[in-house]
Design a protein around this ligand. Structure first.
Ligand SMILES: Nc1ncnc2c1ncn2[C@@H]1O[C@H](COP(=O)(O)OP(=O)(O)OP(=O)(O)O)[C@@H](O)[C@H]1O
Ligand SMILES: [Mg+2]
Length: 289
């Protein structure tokens, strides 16, 4: 058996592992280039290294970020599964122990799949991913229709910004849109000098959001990540910061964020048992829920 196949088998064997279903976390931003792919990949890696089973979905296929970062080729994606041209096991790429890349789809074509038979076959197929503890989705930037669908379907949405004023404005616009569809909303401020700067930016956005959206909005700070030239270089060198440069400041910052994400899952499990699971996520994504 090929290594790819045996690794996927490990994923499938883990079905119904009793850990409380799959928690779906969408990482998004208003402005592009703020660090979504870097953060998604590293958060996913940290969670996987702590023993969680993690799917990393690239919904930003147009720009093909994550497969490039991990130096793997993803030729087919969930759209091919929807069309019946591939199965989930053909498109899922094992990256590390416990870490699987699931090539997503950013085009509008996915929105056209309303045929109940096609969708339900797809959802049945998706059961092979039921053993995942987390699905981390790199959604790409902006408020396009497809991105909004992913955000709506996720359990938790994380908006990333950087200290740049244009990025802050776009992050606020994003928060405003997402607040209509999601109550579990948090922020990461990336590329800061220190945690204080990150907190200040978060407070500014939160204040404006409260003023305009109202106090029902639950916007939380997930954390900030310090700027470091090693991170910028790491992407070009295809080095995963939290794996290979784990002693630099941003790696520690990202680890703390990943642990906060893990804590939330553990809390949710105590509160109300299982998460909705992968099938529920895909049903919501494809508008069948
Ligand atoms: N904490 C950081 N310190 C220094 N550079 C960083 C940091 N985080 C991200 N970068 C760099 O910023 C650039 C953009 O990051 P990345 O590609 O992850 O952003 P993105 O939001 O996914 O972009 P896009 O919207 O184009 O998909 C990359 O070169 C990355 O290495
Ligand atoms: Mg990206």
């Amino acid at each position: 058996m090929s290594t790819q196949a045996s690794k996927l088998e490990a994923l499938m064997d883990a079905q119904h592992n009793g850990r409380g279903g799959t928690r779906v976390v969408a990482i998004t931003s208003g402005k592009g280039g703020v660090g979504k792919s870097t953060l998604s990949a590293n958060i996913a890696y940290v969670l996987a290294s702590r023993g969680y089973r993690v799917g990393l979905m690239d919904a930003d296929i147009g720009l093909a970020n994550l497969d490039v970062m991990f130096n793997v080729r993803a030729e087919r994606n969930i759209l091919h599964v929807l069309k019946g041209e591939a199965r989930f096991e053909d498109i899922v790429v094992p990256l590390e122990e416990n870490l699987f890349l699931i090539p997503g789809e950013s085009g509008d074509e996915i929105l056209k799949f309303s045929d109940a038979t096609i969708v339900s076959r797809f959802i049945d197929e998706s059961q092979m991913l039921e053993g995942l503890d987390f699905l981390i989705i790199d959604t790409g930037a902006g408020i396009g229709d497809t991105i909004q669908m992913f955000l709506k379907a996720a359990d938790e949405v994380v908006v990333v910004t950087i200290p740049d004023p244009a990025a802050i404005t776009d992050a606020y616009a994003m928060v405003k849109v997402i607040s209509r569809i999601k109550s579990d909303l948090s922020m990461i401020v990336n590329q800061v000098r220190n945690a204080k700067e990150g907190m200040k930016i978060f407070e500014t956005i939160k204040k404006v959001a409260f003023g305009n959206i109202g106090e029902d909005l639950e916007l939380k700070m997930l954390g900030s990540v310090r700027s470091d030239a090693h991170v910028a270089r790491s992407v070009k060198q295809r080095v995963l910061v939290c794996k290979e440069l784990s002693n630099i400041a941003p790696a520690g910052d990202i680890e703390a964020i990943a642990m906060a994400i893990a804590d939330k899952k553990e809390h949710k499990m105590l509160e109300r048992g299982r998460e909705g699971g992968i099938g529920t996520f895909f049903k919501k994504l494809l508008g069948q829920f």
